[in-house]
Design a binder for this molecule. Structure first.
Ligand code: NOJ
Ligand code: CA
Length: 717
């Protein structure tokens, strides 16, 4: 360009001062014009590159043509093609075009932090960070910051909009984030904005055929890379779904408020992290701590009051229609029945008993009458103080229940009283519920007008965190059903112990169809990437709809209504589907019929010092090994979809040089969920880290194993 200006100077006569001035002015104008051209053509665009610590993942961010895009390569293959970034606001100029990267900062970290409970005690956070200041070159002066973190198992990025002129309160009307991924890949997903929230069977489709879906959304490229798109640290923002704008071009789609605004906030604000977990093997996704690493550290301080363990409940009896929640002749939540369950829990060393239906509001159409729920008044046949005393003697706690039926204003109005009552009666965990019969979550706004919100919009994101924070003040942990999806906030709020957020066991009691054989072979690779799930496993009567006496009008006496697992697979779920509180969901009398298999449930812990996904393919099978947090025992769970298969489990996770007694609970010969579900072989084998167990699994079968180190026998003289 200098030569262009020089040439311009040469054609003028330098002796004439006026000409010189004109020449210089022209030169300056031309210089400016030429300087602007690259911004439009992209020829001078800034391209910034960063790599994961192991260099397998490469991120490239560009402001070419004034549009901000990012690209992700894994193993030298493009996984995410150039994908747009940006934010739009209702009353302010947004960040979608005329953008320029004006500053680049790089940092890195490698540290290890400790979880109070979890899949593993110590978590390594090893990443490189790239922070880009992005300035708008048109309209009022404004800037935002994009922060990227690259781990060996994926990337996260978020937008940060600092305090500055021309902002303040902002209404977000679009997040332009795209994920352009190979449309020929295979995706596993559930639909978003459906009345049933996250409680759907997963669809297996080409990426190019995806409709609007929830995250985590997992996919495998034609070349065999596995990846999952999700988000971390969803705070004061709306949940992100993915909407295809063209095949393979997925765009952030935030759940709107009832008035259509996506997020109501003010500067300074930051979005949740948008995450892409990446691994060659499917199991790499299961061994990733990326979501937790992108969350803030524990904000609650001492959380030793958060209890992990197994719990029983007055619950399945209602779902199989033996009992009712409401105040009638088969009311489940009576003082006497609760004592019976507390006896059962005490005998087996379970931490508590969940009691649903003790409080007034369940009579009539409770799906639609959320405003009738009292969270402090009990039915006449339930005495909470008697129960608290009885539990204290038995060292078993009452586990609280707050079904809101989606009427959140009614719940929030009573929240403090409700938590106070529970805390006074020794309750350390509460299960909440947001069943809403299609209309959505109800709230009464500041003008007294009823509004309906999405279960994962900003209103509910804020509500759940409010409950978690309030509960923490009472030293109570929270386990929401019909929740907002998990984004790793258990790291910051360790009293957010579990949640539902997928089809759980309840579907096996009454749904047509019940959970399919492949369901729990998909969950670990999808829903479970977000965090613990209160799946409520351990159903031992696998044909609950084929017995008497049930309400005959509800009877679905068909093979299709059978629970589509073997007995051994029910045991495997305790290891495969992680939750620090695990329900022992069936009726005590059903466990008594299979006391030998029940022994595994008695033994298996719910808190781990380490976890390893050993093998698995999405939707086919999966095997986990986990080490007890409080002993040197290991546990293994493996399960398969509708196909019987042989599973090989190398035991190299065990301590070398030690011998272990492997207590196996595996599918027996000819086990099959439909024809022979109870066939179970329980046997001991002596093994070492050098052994590989090869186990035959029946159709929708599984195996559960406890591995106990044994002392070497003293030598005999
Ligand atoms: C749905 C929950 O998932 C289930 O566990 C509970 O029993 C019912 N709602 C009633 O609250
Ligand atoms: Ca549910």
């Amino acid at each position: 360009m200098d030569s262009v200006i020089n040439r311009l100077r040469l054609v003028r006569n330098p002796a004439r001062t006026k000409d010189i001035v004109v020449t210089r002015a022209l030169g300056l104008i031309l210089f400016c014009c030429l300087a602007l051209i690259p911004a439009w053509t992209g020829a001078w665009a800034k391209t910034v590159t960063a790599k994961s610590p192991d260099k397998n993942i490469t991120l490239t961010v560009s402001d070419r043509d004034g549009f901000l895009t990012y690209t992700v390569r894994f193993d030298d293959e493009v996984l995410v093609s150039p994908s747009r970034l940006g934010l739009l606001f209702k009353d302010h100029h947004g960040f979608d075009r005329d953008l320029k990267i004006t500053q680049v900062k790089r940092t890195q970290a490698d540290n290890t932090w400790e979880q109070p409970w979890g899949e593993r005690q110590f978590v390594r956070d090893h990443h490189r960070e790239l922070t880009l200041d992005v300035t708008s070159m048109a309209g009022p002066a404004r800037m935002m910051r994009l922060r990227f973190r690259l781990f060996n198992d994926g990337i996260g990025f978020r937008y940060e909009v600092p305090d500055q002129d021309h902002f303040g309160a902002v209404d977000l009307i679009d997040e332009r984030t795209q994920f352009v991924v190979p449309s020929a890949g295979t995706a596993w997903s559930i639909p978003t904005r459906g009345w049933n929230r996250y409680e759907y069977h997963y669809d297996t489709t080409p990426v190019g055929d995806l409709t609007s879906v929830h995250t985590p959304m997992t996919f495998r490229t034609p070349s065999g890379i596995h990846a999952a798109i999700h988000e971390a640290a969803l705070v004061d923002y709306s949940a992100m779904s993915l909407k295809p704008v063209r095949p393979g071009v997925l765009k952030a789609d935030l759940s709107p408020w009832s008035d259509g605004i996506l997020v109501k906030t003010q500067t300074p604000f930051q979005t949740p992290w948008r995450t892409i977990q990446i691994s060659r093997a499917a199991t790499g996704l299961l061994n990733s701590d990326l979501i937790l690493n992108l969350n803030e550290p524990n904000a609650l301080g001492d959380v030793s009051w958060v209890e992990t363990g197994k719990y029983a409940g007055i619950w399945w009896a209602m779902h199989v229609r033996d009992r009712s929640w409401g105040n009638d002749t088969i009311h489940g939540a009576t003082t006497e029945e609760t004592k019976r369950y507390m006896d059962f829990a005490a005998e087996n060393d379970f931490i508590g008993v969940l009691v649903e239906g003790w409080n007034i509001g369940w009579d009539g159409d409770w799906f639609n009458n959320g405003d009738l729920f009292s969270f402090t008044k009990s039915y006449p046949d339930f005495d909470i103080e008697t129960i608290a005393d009885y539990g204290a003697q038995k060292n078993v706690r009452l586990i609280g229940h707050h079904e809101t039926s989606g009427d959140v204003t009614n719940y929030e109005n009573q929240l403090d009283d409700a938590l106070t009552l529970y805390a006074e009666n020794g309750v350390r965990a509460v299960k909440t519920g947001y069943v809403a019969d299609g209309g959505g979550i109800e709230r009464i706004d500041e003008n007294g007008i009823r509004q309906y919100e999405w279960h994962d919009g900003q209103f509910m994101v804020d509500h759940h965190l409010k409950v978690v924070r309030e509960a923490a003040k009472h030293k109570i942990a929270v386990n929401p059903h019909e929740p907002v999806k998990d984004t790793g906030l258990r790291r910051t709020y360790p009293n957010w112990v579990s949640r539902e957020g997928a089809r759980g066991s309840e579907y096996d009691a009454w749904a047509v169809p019940p959970n399919k054989p492949e369901h729990t072979a998909i969950l670990p690779f999808t829903r479970m990437l977000s965090g613990p799930m209160d799946y409520t496993p351990g159903i031992f009567d696998l044909t609950p709809n084929e017995r008497a006496p049930l309400r005959k009008d509800m009877l679905r006496n068909s093979v299709e209504s059978r629970i589509q697992t073997t007995l051994a697979k029910q045991l495997a779920l305790y290891v495969v589907i992680y939750s620090p509180i695990q329900m022992v969901a069936d009726l005590p009398e059903n466990y008594a019929k299979h006391a030998d298999a029940f022994q595994f449930i008695k033994d298996v812990p719910a808190d781990w010092s380490d976890s390893v996904a050993i093998n698995g393919e999405v939707g086919d099978f999966v095997t986990f090994a986990r080490k007890d947090r409080n002993s040197n025992h290991w546990y293994v769970g493996t399960l398969t979809d509708e196909n019987a298969r042989s599973i090989s489990i190398p035991l190299d996770f065990l301590d070398s040089g030690k011998t272990y007694r492997a207590e196996l609970y595996r599918d027996g010969p000819d086990a099959h969920w439909k024809t022979n579900p109870y066939a179970i072989t329980i046997e001991d084998r002596m093994v070492t880290a050098r052994d590989t167990l090869t186990l035959p699994l029946g159709a929708s079968g599984g195996a559960a194993i406890r591995l106990v180190p044994v002392e070497a026998k003293p030598a005999v003289n």
